[in-house]
Design a protein around this ligand. Structure first.
Ligand SMILES: [Zn+2]
Ligand SMILES: [Zn+2]
Length: 349
């Protein structure tokens, strides 16, 4: 079967690899649609600690079951499915505490290789995180299950809060998924980015306000507290109830606390390169009681919630797909993304 192999940063080769066969509890799936993701792009640009090179990559997908391993009862050959690429072990110290996204084995037992004609789903994923795809959902929408589960998990940190004023920094795929879910919850949402094309998409998806990063630069040059006081008299910027960092850059991690109101929450979603250190104004954390919250990955309950949202057509995710390409054009697709063109692309193997 044909599969895309990421050889070194910047170089992808589509080659023939042996077709896997499902063992007990496993499913072999023909990939109908695989989506590109920010993590794939990071791997393409500079390498990524959880995407070994050279190796297969791609982890957002939907397709048809082509072969069923012994003991699998929920699925049959020909079933249309949607899935995520990991599942917890259910027996480690973290799983016993129900902290499933922190499972000791979740990263080493995840699967990569959705940019290929077929992908083998191991038993622990089949039993927890594979779902039938309803016919009213397109394969591209179904392939959004994984990123949507990540965002659903991040929003859990807000508890039951159903309205307020939110700032999303970074209008990439993850920032825009935040926008869709926050609007659905009744939040007013501002989106900040350097890329005006992306801000235009955010506006179309319902952003109440878009802010170019140059505006953000202005905010940063003044003392945050003074700036917040000044701005709150004339403008609601600087008093966001919650701020979502969706860029994964150190400067933005640090900057994000300047935008949140006293007692507000900053959700740090975008991962920085490992070893990165950040510095925060202690006064903002202490006197202003700001909560800083990192979020990572998702639990099976987040996947189920994301599945229900997609099946209920509660979030219009299709505008995030900027185009469709065959597997043979995957190098071109990642070059487009590297230039900041497009949000996500569908690869049709
Ligand atoms: Zn992803
Ligand atoms: Zn575990």
């Amino acid at each position: 079967m044909r599969a895309a192999i990421l050889l070194t940063p910047g170089v992808i080769e589509v080659r023939d690899i042996p077709r896997p066969r499902p063992r007990r509890g496993e499913l072999l799936v023909h990939v109908h649609t695989a989506l590109t993701c920010g993590t794939d792009l990071k791997a393409f640009r500079r390498g990524h600690p959880v995407i070994p090179m050279p190796g297969p990559f791609g982890h957002e997908f939907s397709g048809f079951v082509t072969e069923v391993g012994k003991g699998v009862r929920r699925f049959r050959e020909g079933d249309a499915i949607m899935a995520v690429h990991s599942a917890p072990c259910r027996s480690c110290q973290y799983c016993k505490r129900k902290l499933y996204n922190h499972c000791d084995h979740i990263m080493e037992t995840k699967i990569l290789g959705a940019f290929a004609e077929e992908i083998l789903l191991p038993a622990h994923i089949v039993s927890q995180n594979v779902f039938p795809k309803p016919s009213h959902l397109s394969f591209s929408e179904a392939a959004m299950l994984e990123p949507l589960a990540c965002v659903v998990h991040g929003l859990e940190m807000l508890g039951t809060k159903r309205d307020g004023y939110a700032l999303i920094i970074g209008a990439g795929p993850i920032g825009l998924l935040h926008l869709l879910l926050l609007k659905k919850r009744g939040f007013s949402v501002a989106v900040m980015d350097t890329n005006r094309a992306r801000l235009a998409i955010a506006k179309n998806l319902g952003a109440d306000r878009t802010i170019t990063a140059e505006d953000g630069q202005l905010l940063r040059t003044l003392s945050p507290r003074k700036e917040i006081l000044r701005r709150t008299k004339t403008d609601r910027i600087g008093m966001f109830d919650c701020v979502f960092e969706c860029t994964g850059s150190r400067d933005v991690w640090e900057e994000s606390v300047t935008y949140v109101r006293k007692g507000g929450t900053v959700i740090l979603f975008g991962g920085c390169p490992s070893g990165t250190s950040v510095t925060y104004d202690a006064g903002r954390l202490h006197y202003d009681e700001i909560t800083l919250r990192g979020v990572f990955h998702f639990r099976p309950e987040d996947v189920k919630k994301a599945y229900d949202l997609l099946c209920g057509s509660k979030v219009g995710v299709l505008p995030l797909v900027s185009g469709c390409f065959p597997l043979s054009r995957i190098q071109h697709v990642f070059e487009l993304l590297s230039k900041g063109k497009g949000i996500k692309y569908a690869i049709i193997p």
